[in-house]
Design a protein around this ligand. Structure first.
Ligand code: GAR
Length: 201
């Protein structure tokens, strides 16, 4: 826990970082008040999310599995950063790597993920990025949404914290649906859920 009693948060990212942005904005607006983002970890050096973090003067680190060579080395590099920054809570915000059971077991109910579908639909291995939206459109569902949940050893299998439904509309492409799910669900429920969890730490 931080000296001012705020939980110290690390946000893990891989790409554009709009969910990271929503978290940083929530901190500015006082929606996220029981936690503070003190570290952003990217799974590759080209993640635009890193620029968003730097703009806010938040410490950044890159753990690139391709360069580090193995899952063990990748997770060891991450753990070193988490210890150096005395992290209390990890938020996966568009993080495209699966963490091993040996990693997740060290952080019980201390890792949160946002998933772009209503779990248990369109989730699990391979269901990330645009894939859940492609699958939702292929199935013809009329409602999809986003889920925030704790992370355990089962991909997208941990306890659900929050969900929000979003309508599918006629003529949606995966990209259009992805954007609507972000705007109407992810960017709202992720900061709220992070605050809820931080307030109880
Ligand atoms: C978001 O839609 C997020 O829910 C999804 O990737 C996108 C990242 O966008 N995450 C997953 O699919 C993980 N299973 P962002 O980088 O702009 O936040």
């Amino acid at each position: 826990m931080a000296t001012d009693n705020k939980a110290r948060i690390a946000v893990f990212v891989s790409g554009g970082g709009t969910n990271l942005q929503a978290l940083m904005d929530a901190e500015d607006k006082g929606i996220l008040k029981s936690g503070e983002i003190v570290l952003v970890v990217a799974s590759n050096p080209n993640a635009f999310a890193l620029e968003r973090a730097k703009k806010k003067n938040i410490a950044t680190a890159v753990a690139w599995k391709r360069e580090l060579g193995s899952q063990e080395a990748f997770e060891a590099a991450i753990e070193k950063e988490l210890a150096a920054h005395k992290i209390d809570l990890i938020v996966l915000a568009g993080f495209m790597n699966i963490l091993s059971a040996s990693f997740t077991s060290k952080w019980p109910e201390r890792i949160i993920n946002v998933h772009p579908a209503l779990i248990p639909s369109f989730c699990g291995k391979g269901m990330y990025g645009l894939a859940p939206h492609e699958a939702a459109l292929a199935k013809g569902v009329k409602v999809t949404g986003a889920t925030v949940h704790f992370v355990n050893e089962i991909p997208d299998g941990g306890k659900i914290i929050a969900q929000k439904a979003v309508y599918v509309e006629e003529g949606d492409t995966p990209e259009v649906l992805q954007r609507r799910v972000m705007e109407q669900a992810e960017w709202i429920i992720l900061p709220q859920a992070v605050e809820e969890v931080c307030s109880k730490l």
